[in-house]
Every structure is written in structure tokens, then in C-alpha cells.
Ligand binder design. Sequence first.
Ligand SMILES: Nc1ccn([C@@H]2O[C@H](COP(=O)(O)OP(=O)(O)OP(=O)(O)O)[C@@H](O)[C@H]2O)c(=O)n1
Ligand SMILES: C[C@](O)(CO)[C@H](O)COP(=O)(O)O
Length: 247
Amino acid sequence: MHTILTIIVAAGNGTRMGTELPKQFLAIGGEPIVMRTIRSMSASVDRFLTDCSSNVDEQAEASPNVENYVHKIVLVLPASHIPQWRELCDRHRFRIEHTVVAGGETRFHSVRNGLAAAPDADIVLVHDGVRPFADSRVVADVILAARRHGAAVPVVPVVDSLRKLSGTDGDSESVNRSAYRAVQTPQGFRGDLLRKAYGAPYDGRFTDDASVVELTGTGRVVLTEGNTANLKITTPVDLAIAEVLLR
Ligand SMILES: Nc1ccn([C@@H]2O[C@H](COP(=O)(O)OP(=O)(O)OP(=O)(O)O)[C@@H](O)[C@H]2O)c(=O)n1
Ligand SMILES: C[C@](O)(CO)[C@H](O)COP(=O)(O)O
């Protein structure tokens, strides 16, 4: 049996949201954000596995034995909020099977703790707990590209014009936005590659899992098509947008 592991990182403080309760526990559509995130990832991976088993010929090269895959979910939470999470699961009758582990000082440390909980996974998806709108197409593309190339991240075009800060005196210059992409999650990896990357010491330049793989020299990252609706709920405006997306 092979394992697809989804690590949902939700151990941050939500400083930019500015609420006392960390943003991943705030409700959208009556349900905590992180619960909705787990639901969307669980449904998307299940859909991928179902589609693969009914399209064996089409997917043959990328996913030859997909019927032998199981999906495991590891949820990384602030240690202080684990009892509260158990209560939320009871209150919402949340039954999707998952393992809870305590997070670390940075996102890197939280992912590393999540990886340690399922050390033999073949494919690992790392997803922000505050991105509740991942969809099955994005997830399937990432899994297939990760299987084939080792590391894959979904991206979207940049819609604003961009300026590069060129000094400390307020100078700046315009840059060609078509040369850039905004990065989302879930980011997908072959398990051995990601475990090697996360064996390296922490570096302040790490912002996501792709940067860990690249900056540690572990592998090359390929890009897949993201979805602009797959927003990361970061500030109060994002919370309002998320409510609208649920209508
Ligand atoms: N030590 C950390 C820091 C972040 N995260 C998670 O990484 C994801 C993306 O991070 P971000 O949106 O920056 O969340 P916060 O760190 O909580 O927000 P802020 O930077 O505003 O404090 C979130 O789901 C967050 O909970 C984590 O698991 N462990
Ligand atoms: C992982 C990420 O969501 C990809 O866009 C992003 O890098 C997280 O950044 P944050 O500063 O921790 O929100």
C-alpha cells in the first residue's frame, strides 16, 4: 500500500488578522476555517483517487497503481489549542479521520513536525490551514506533477503592477510582472525528496515548501495552474471575501 499524506499546517498566530482567536479557528459559513480546509482536501484527494481508478489507461504513466493508495491527513495545530480543536470536532460532528500534532516556531518547523508523524509517505501535499477553497483540479494537477517531477506548486498570474524597491531612500522601479507568478498551496512532493529537504537546518529565506526544496539544493520545482479562488485568508478583508465565495 502507498500513502498520500496531506499535512495541513494551522499552527500560526494569525498576527495580520489581528483577532485574539487564531484565524484558522474563526468561522466562515458557520464552520471553523481549518475544518473547511480539511474537508476540501479530503474530498479533492478522494476524487483524484476515484478518477484515477476509473481512468486507468489515461493516467497509466502517472499513476499506475493508484488503487493501492491510501490518504492520510496530519493536522498541525498550536499545542495550546489542541484541546479546543477536540471540542470543535465534537460540536461540529467532524468525522474526517486525521492525526493532530503540535506545531513549531515557524511554518518550516510546523511542516517538519507534520512530516515526522507519517515518515513513510510516498507523496506529500502540504497545504495552509487557512486556504479552504482548494479544488480537485488543482490538487490532481499537483499530485500528478509531483509524481512525475518530484516537486510541484500551483501558481496564478500576478494581477497588480509590480515595483521593486531599489534602496532605503524610497526609490523603486517597475518590473515586468509577466515574469512572476504568485504561489499557492497545496504544494506536492515525492516523500523522500521532501524529507531530505526538511532534514536541513532552518534558513530565514524559507517562505514555503518549494523554497525549502530549492534553497537546500534538494530538487527542482515545476509549476502547475492554481486557482485565484484558492485564497489564503490572511487579513479581515480576506475573511469577508471568503464569506462571499461561499454564497
Ligand atoms: N509557526 C507556524 C506559522 C504558520 N503556520 C501556518 O502556515 C499557514 C500560512 O501562514 P500565515 O498565513 O502566515 O499564517 P500565520 O503565521 O498564522 O499569520 P501571520 O503571519 O499573520 O501571523 C497558516 O495556515 C498558518 O497557521 C504554522 O502552521 N506554523
Ligand atoms: C505557503 C504560502 O501560502 C504560499 O503562498 C505562503 O508562502 C505563506 O506565507 P506566509 O507569510 O506564511 O503567509
